[in-house]
Design a binder for this molecule. Sequence first.
Ligand SMILES: [Zn+2]
Length: 324
Amino acid sequence: MSLNRRDFLNLGGTVALATPFLAVPQLVGAQSTTPVAATVPAYSQRRLGAFTVTTLLDGTIDIGADFIAGFDQAAADTALARQHLPNFADPMAIPILGYIIDTGTQKIAVDCGTVDGFAPRVAGYHQALTQAGIDAADIDVVLLTHMHPDHLGGLSQGTTRRFPNAEIHVSAVEYDFWHGSVADAMPDQMQPFVQIARGMIAPYNDRIKTFGTDAEVIPGVQAVALPGHTPGHVGFRFNSQGQDLLIWGDLIHLTKLQFDQPDWTIAFDMDPAVTKATRAKMLDMAAKDGLLVTGSHLDFPGFGYVDRTASGYHFAPAAHDYML
Ligand SMILES: [Zn+2]
């Protein structure tokens, strides 16, 4: 089966799936099944002060134009031309990224890829982790930006923790949303997302820590409330030796389009109006402060800076760090 925009809009912008848990369908019809490892490297590393930040590529998913609210082909082509790219071809592939921040005393994961079967070219997170020489048993903390399947899908296999020694930190608003009566009452099509959210985190029940809005999650790591995409969606701000990095979760899904057209939302944004307001605020802040940013769906390896343009923004990828 494939999903279309109407499925989402009928649910007030939330994601609708019509198949049971372990048979989550591909997001759109025609997708290449070329293995991710054959097309792009699966991890990349850079320094942040005394920290090492590793980006792990879980895979890619295709986003169709009918998933993008406000989409306009001419505007898309103009945005792409500014980046020396050909005209928009539907659908557009975007990556799913996870991060490991090694502080020297702790290994912190931020999100951890998606579940098998979510789409054809995904679920490579743990393979990428191994490729980067990182043992999942050495991860001390997993921070979740939110509880969608492409962000917590690498947590567990059945009832077994894939990070056997990790604590999970998640915003209280997000945890409560997915475990509450609103999630219980979601339509059948949405229940796979609810079950994935609950099932992936359940094996960690005795080691889940919830945090409040804009809290210091662990020493030196600040949560940044980014509501709209989901109710408890957050980013995490890291600092080492005066250098800052904001990992902003799903603030942007389409690197090549949404900096140019920041008012375009996608069907996964549960509250589009709040999503737009949050995005405007954060892009302005990142541009004003010259902040290094990354996010779960920014083009691999996903690090860069936000510049203002006459009508929107521009993403300037950070130069590669050859010292690692
Ligand atoms: Zn996502």
